[in-house]
Design a protein around this ligand. Structure first.
Ligand code: 13P
Ligand code: SF4
Length: 317
């Protein structure tokens, strides 16, 4: 299936027929981003899903994102074009493992990244995203222990920003972001000393970037640790002529659209998420034709998970 004019027309026709809204994450293939009604980061898309009038949500992203949409909009039909689109980070902690960790730290508050399964969210006190993790942890009384999962690099970022010693971090990681490493970033930054660095906090290189700023290799104001949504805002504000981007390469499409005059370059151009890329033009067509793959969350799990997502939304951002 080619993403040509005929394909686009058929997708639009079927979406109308199903009363479906098409959502695409910033890491999707450019042709999927272009056909979608909305693009954005994981949380922004879930909020759009919940507020939409459409009876069906087609979530072009990975499974935990579609699950979050279902948790927030339980009465809508939520489809993901390929249910095999998982996430190595979400898979790095199970509900059972979290229950065991909690038993070792009675009284601790559990903060989980949205990149988790519904079962893990149901065991969580407050969810967070990469854009509000620091605010969420800062909202918890300073003498209360915090269990932060599952991403170790985002956890290290939060610990650095809050200076909190009673924050315990789970040793999970995203294979794509962990692979964007410090030496690679240093080499790129040295070759382009005028460039801004936009770095997702899940990256293995986030600590090295701040170290480069500390030793003066990169001007401190040029290092920006940002979620995908915040990268787009920063792209519209920066005065830099070029930006080195450390995240999944699908992000470059939206960045180039937001600021065509800036030269955006990937720190690691092999940083592609194979799960995100399972959502092909053919898979989207199949989803709309056949009404598959439908996402279900057990109602009691969804009720508990919704409380942790809503607590995050109340904290702001
Ligand atoms: P965002 O929350 O920034 O959309 O990131 C989701 C993700 O999967 C990061 O790898
Ligand atoms: Fe998960 Fe990493 Fe893919 Fe994001 S890029 S969906 S965290 S595996």
């Amino acid at each position: 299936v080619r993403a040509d004019e005929a394909w686009a027309e058929e997708v639009r026709r079927l979406a109308d027929e199903r009363d479906a809204v098409l959502l695409a994450h910033n890491y999707q293939l450019p042709e999927i981003q272009e056909i979608a009604d909305h693009t954005g980061d994981s949380l922004a898309l879930s909020r759009i899903a919940a507020a939409s009038d459409a009876s069906t949500i087609v979530f072009c992203g990975v499974h935990f994102m579609a699950e979050t949409a279902k948790i927030l909009a339980p009465d809508k039909t939520v489809l993901i074009p390929d249910a095999r689109a998982g996430c190595s980070l979400a898979d790095s902690i199970t509900g059972e493992q979290l229950r065991e960790w909690k038993a070792q730290h009675p009284g601790a508050v559990v903060v989980s990244y949205v990149n988790t399964t519904a079962e893990v969210k149901a065991e969580t006190d407050i969810c967070c995203t990469s854009s509000n993790a620091v605010d969420v942890v800062a909202s918890i009384p300073s003498d209360t222990e915090v269990l932060f999962c599952p991403d170790q690099f985002l956890g290290a970022h939060v610990r650095r920003e809050t200076g909190r010693q009673n924050l315990h971090v789970w040793a999970g990681e995203c294979h794509v972001h962990a692979g964007i490493n410090g030496p690679e970033l240093a080499e790129r930054a040295q070759a382009d000393p005028e460039a801004d660095l936009f770095i997702h906090p899940e990256c293995g290189c986030a600590t090295s970037a701040l170290y480069l700023a500390g030793e003066g290799t990169v001007a401190p104001g040029r290092v920006k640790i940002l979620s995908t949504g915040d990268m787009l805002k920063a792209a519209k504000q920066t005065k830099a002529g070029s930006v080195l981007v450390a995240t999944e390469t699908g992000m470059l499409h939206q960045l180039r659209k937001a600021a065509p005059e800036i030269d955006f370059r990937a720190v690691n151009d092999r940083a592609t998420c194979r799960y995100m890329k399972l959502i092909t033009p053919a898979a989207l067509l199949r989803a709309l034709r056949e009404g598959v793959d439908e996402v279900h969350v057990d109602p009691e799990t969804a009720r508990l998970a919704r409380a942790s997502v809503q607590r995050m939304i109340e904290i702001g951002k």
